[in-house]
Write a protein that binds this ligand. Structure first.
Ligand SMILES: C[S@@+](CC[C@H](N)C(=O)[O-])C[C@H]1O[C@@H](n2cnc3c(N)ncnc32)[C@H](O)[C@@H]1O
Length: 315
């Protein structure tokens, strides 16, 4: 084992890196902000709309993090139910309600979608940041934002794990695909989550089970080392044994699966790729620095630091 590589990271850097510290202890970062949640949902919706003209009815999110804000934005644009499955419970009722109320205001003001000046790293990128009134009609908004509906939503928010809820179904942890009825979801999305999921293939199988035939999936995935190493792709230099030490007792860190593995799983589980955007970064690692299990990474994998993928399940 290369102790020179591990010891400084485990004893020093890993504790002080903002992404890792935030991610693994107190919170996850993004969904603490209502404008972030609104922006992320609108971007996934915008992509949904490249295939469908209506609003998805039932949606499911993996890894909502600090609040259910992305799902709230889905409900406020007219979705009828949101399932939110996480590995760790990061949210609390007070923050969740605050984020909800702020997102209600954004919808009431038909606010523009926060762009990449405000959130430079948020993906997917879209080319129109105006309120999407061609996707969400005024009559849909009137129903979605009615006072009676907002009151029910607020009641459910403070009891988000209650299985009797009509609109919000939050479950942590989830580890069985049977938690959701087969073929019941129109749209599955996640934001900076699939790089953390430990059993990626099981999760793809679960998502395939949950989706209706022709249902869509929309995922943003970050392949960077999340600050564990100085080099953005330095996590591919660690053997599994070394990585277990880096991970310590945390319930998750990053799964280190590259771009090509996600493409492989999409293909294996019968998805048609509708949109695939690669984010590129320079690879400064030489092949002999890669751990044995990562020797097979392609040049494309070694330079793909992030991706957005929109796909459709078969009929
Ligand atoms: C970087 S945070 C992203 C949170 C949020 N989506 C955002 O945009 O800010 C990663 C999230 O993935 C979740 N996660 C990790 N493993 C998971 C799993 N197997 N299933 C669902 N969520 C998972 C974490 O608990 C955390 O909420």
């Amino acid at each position: 084992m290369n102790y020179h590589k591990i010891i400084p990271i485990v004893t020093g850097a890993i504790k002080h890196l903002p992404g890792v510290k935030g991610l693994l202890s107190k919170g996850t970062g993004g969904t603490i902000e209502s404008r972030y949640c609104y922006s992320v949902w609108m971007r996934h919706l915008y992509n949904w709309n490249t295939v469908h003209s209506d609003i998805p009815k039932v949606v499911a999110e993996l890894g909502p993090g600090d609040s259910l804000g992305i799902g709230f934005a889905a409900l406020l644009s007219g979705c009828t139910r949101v399932y939110a499955f996480d590995a760790v419970k990061y949210l609390d009722n007070q923050r969740n309600l605050k984020v909800f109320n702020e997102i209600v205001d954004l919808f009431k003001h038909r606010a523009d979608i926060p762009d990449n000046k405000e959130y430079p790293n948020v993906r997917p990128e879209i080319d129109n940041h105006g309120f999407p009134n061609t996707i969400i009609s005024e009559s849909q908004l009137k129903d979605a934002l009615s006072n009676d509906r907002l009151d029910i939503l607020r009641e459910e928010i403070i009891d988000a794990e209650n299985p009797q809820n009509q609109f919000i179904k939050y479950q942590i942890p989830w580890n069985d695909s049977k938690i959701l009825e087969k073929g019941s979801v129109d749209f599955i999305y996640s934001q900076a989550v699939l790089e953390h999921v430990e059993d990626l293939e099981y999760t793809y199988i679960a998502m395939s089970n949950w989706l209706k035939p022709m249902g869509l999936m929309s995922h943003t995935i970050d392949f960077k080392s999340h600050g564990v190493t100085n080099i953005w792709n330095g996590h591919w230099t660690f053997s599994d044994f070394e990585w277990r030490i880096v991970k310590g007792g945390k319930s998750y860190l990053i799964n280190r699966q590259p771009f090509s593995y996600h493409i492989y799983l999409h293909t294996k589980h019968g998805y048609e790729l509708i949109k695939k955007c690669r984010e590129e970064d320079i690879n400064n690692l030489s092949r002999n620095q890669l751990a044995d299990k990562f020797q097979t990474l392609t040049d494309n994998d070694l330079t793909t630091s992030g991706m957005y993928i929109l796909s459709q399940k078969g009929s």
